[in-house]
Design a protein around this ligand. Sequence first.
Ligand SMILES: [Zn+2]
Length: 263
Amino acid sequence: MDANTVLLVFVAVGLDGLAGLAGGVLSERWLQRRLPALVAFAAGTLLSAVFLEVLPEAVEARGNAAFAWAFASFVALALVEWALGHHHHAAEAAAGHAHGHPHAHHHGHPGAPTLPAALLVSDALHNVGDGAAVAAAFLVSPHAGFATAFAVIVHELPQEVGDYALLRAAGWSRARSLLALGAVQLTAVVGAAGVLLGTQHLPSLQGTVLAIAGGSFLYIGAVDLLPELRRGPDSRQRVVGFLCGLLLIVGLHFAERFAGGHG
Ligand SMILES: [Zn+2]
């Protein structure tokens, strides 16, 4: 692994950290209008990153075993979400926030607000996975890395906006909420460093991590985010958002081919 790869990984993880501040930094008015499109954009980038970059690279590295790892991570996420009743990548939170009702987001437990601590811990675990995925993708190729980094950062935006709304609704101050979300977002560094160091000893690690990321991106994109496209008024901005996300990754994919790169 060269110094350039390591630099790219940490720049991407740093940008992902900034995404944690989205809820407090972007204007409320802009969010109210644009959040549904942002959720759709995230679904488009995640799903195209899965099928064009992440899974093909995972299969190249690990053969058919990649599908078993991807499937296992998809099923594990479904079970975790079912057990916790917690939509981690809560498009609902985004939708609730967009309509000015952050309190509406209670994960199917009416009247029982999510504890900030539980929210932050599950966020931290998720971000370790995101950081690992970004590192593994940059290790296999720059375009897989960029596609994965885009997919990670873009899907964190609506997530972090929802989390910010929840912390504020739980009575946290603006500064405390942003500090906590930024810090939790930076746990991605742990995942990234783990993969960068781990592959030195276990070269198959990067393919396995990519396969797991493929399964979880597929779950988040198809199960958590995509159904939002069919919900509520003003479906056009969501369809446009979805197609823009898709075209971003498709464009990246073909730009790399024309540049005569890996592929
Ligand atoms: Zn994420």
